[in-house]
Design a protein around this ligand. Sequence first.
Ligand SMILES: [Ca+2]
Ligand SMILES: [Ca+2]
Ligand SMILES: [Ca+2]
Ligand SMILES: [Ca+2]
Length: 841
Amino acid sequence: MTRGGRRTSGRFRLTRAAAAALLLGGSAITVTGGTAAAAGDGTLTVQVLRDFFGTGIVNATMDTPQPGMSVLVTDPAGHQVRGRTDAAGKVVVDPSAPLAGGRYRVDVSVPDPYRAYLRAAPASTEKNHFDSFTTFVDLRESKDVSVITGVWNPADHTLPDARYYVPVQSPAVNSDGSAPDPNSRALVAFDRTFRGTCPADSACPTVLNTQAQVGTTWGLAYDKYRERIFQSAFAKRFTTYGPEGGGAIYTTPLGGGAPQLFAKVPDAAVTEHGAVDLRKDEHFVDVPGKESLGGIALTEDGKTLYAVSLATRSLVSFDATGATAEPDRTVPIPAPECAVPNDWRPFAVAAHDAKLYVGGICSAESTKRREDLKAVVYTYDGTKFTPVLEHRLDYLRGYVIAGYQEEDTDHWNPWDTSFSSWDKFTHHGPSPAPGPGINPQPELASMAFTRDGSMILGFRDRFMDVFGSGIDPRPDHNEASTGMSGGDITMACAAPGGGYDWEGTGACPNHGKPETNGNETPGVVEYFPGDFFDPSRSGNGLHQESAQGSVAYIPQQQWAISTQMDPAQNVSSDGVGYYDVSTGIGPGQDNPKHGYAFVGPANSFGKAGGLGDIAYQAANAPIQIGNLVWFDGDHNGIQDPNRTDEVPLAKATVNLLDADGKKVASTQTDKAGEYYFGGVGAEYQLKPGEKYTVQFDVCTAATDNVPGTPPATDLRFTLPTAGPDRAHDSNVVPPATGRLCNGYAPVTAPAQAGGVDHTIDAGVYLPPPPSPPTSSAPPATSPNPAPPAAQPPAPGAATGTDSLASTGIPLLPMLLILGGALVVGGTAFLVASRRKRFRQE
Ligand SMILES: [Ca+2]
Ligand SMILES: [Ca+2]
Ligand SMILES: [Ca+2]
Ligand SMILES: [Ca+2]
């Protein structure tokens, strides 16, 4: 856990302490009556948004309201009002609230269960910035005030040029019977701006590994912690497994280099690919979806890799931190209420917001009744599976191809691989020759999450891995035929009251209209109507369900990505389509504006589903520290809400010094007295866990708001580490010698990516005039100055060249010196300091 998290927990403790005081009838808290409403107060609106960018700037179109956050408003007398943000992310405090004085402190914190993945987002002093978790408001004279703070999950962070990755599947034998190129690609990466067909319209993808190295794969997980990608074996007819077999998980280094075996899932593969003639591979007809591996997912903390074993219908976990691993735990994924329990077929797994999601379907294979088809998604907390979504899959869909309009080409069908059904699979239309293989059979293969927590479901057409593109598997049949994929991309919207609404139900829109869905049959419901292929740009879908089952979503983007049959203008091709997550517009519109084709037509699976899962390039989020320099009018060391004599100080110079004392960044406090170092876009990026010193040169501060407008050089640092809450204290050990308006605070940067620590503050006060007055050092603030352990910069020295030799680090000796020097509260001071040190460990 990072310092940012600790900060939250500190706040939480404060809240509980306050609650206890309330229960005890403590006079510090009033929640109803007793105190007159502050006459003339305006309305305070506190809004918490979930941020996806980390720049400290509010993004009005992309940031989403965050419900459930704790808001605590405190008046100068200690009266408090607390609330939880609503669906709009807001807590509104109206003038009748039992607060007095008009000037209040607002504290936002992240309660359970959100603390597992959300923390304070970076803030900023730029225009339109997020406020920090502690802010001060002035509602006097009926002034309405808005505070907007941000929370984020650093796992969402990506760089603007993040690439996509996808496995490519290749037939083991060319259509003419010759051996394929062993160097044909098995994993590729491409820029998200590529559109059209490669290489005519855009560059072709970069090849990361080959069929000879890893064989046929589907599962994919990007490991930003170790700069590699996980990729897992997959059962598909007419292909071969890689050198390590059907249970293998490989890693490929992203910086270049050959893939290695990471782990093997035991008992995942039983059946061998056709040893006699891979052009038929007839023994493999019933294997797809039932052997080898489905999805894989890396937890957001990078510690655990999960894989779905299709054979054992289990979730297998691995310690992901090493170069190789043995299976850690193998947990059966419980069957939901399928008509026949053995028809439960889990496949998908995804990590999101500190939760693991596992998805599958009831295949209806035993009953052959379409109404028994069902999709189910669980969350898994390491102990138990909890169903969060169930939906029947017997609804009307678009036609797999407009030329074959039959009842089993515009619906999902029960799983079926029997030879007795083969004629039905292939003989469509009036022609006596075998038609394309069409019989969409669902697999819930992948899940992606949008900014508001909605779930995009990718359905793969399992029949493509059964039928493929090759020779008829039946004895005495040697005709060649190719399958046509009928997968899907489907939305389960986050419902306002919790849970999910399936597309077209509740609050989840159906975006399908004839003009947006390629003129599907009336009655087809789709959130993503753009999942059709319109080669002539006529508005009519030739293929009306052309998504292939892999979906991904980069939270900083408006467009989700999906594997796609015929994504651009060429037929018998594979690639990806881009879908607007708000409107469902997709590759069917303005072909090829929203598609990128990079597979086919030669020596590939053509329309028969030749791509695996999609991963995108994630990145370690920057960290940030900040944030307040203030005038501590009552010299108690605490950021009190009374702003009469407790005001922010602008124009204080704040420097960031690295462990060698070198200045690495410099800024000035803004009007709100705030400063920040780090965050997305900052020139200097702090290194996680490293030691720094924040230098507060308050000698440059503007003092116009300070009572009496004293010269800034008269300001002295207040008591450090006062009170129980590090967010409300001053961090500067007051210097005993040198320029006494220039102080230093040692800091250890948050240890983990995305950590935010806004508790590094400096409070100053104005000491009473000295008696008798002197015009030279030692200054009046040090009643009993100790001999300096190290020489600070000479008074009046130019800022910016200071070294750590003068900062008072190591901390403890300076604390001891000060502990002896302080007349009052020396013991308490040391206790507080020790607690702080303890909490830093
Ligand atoms: Ca669809
Ligand atoms: Ca469609
Ligand atoms: Ca104070
Ligand atoms: Ca502090």
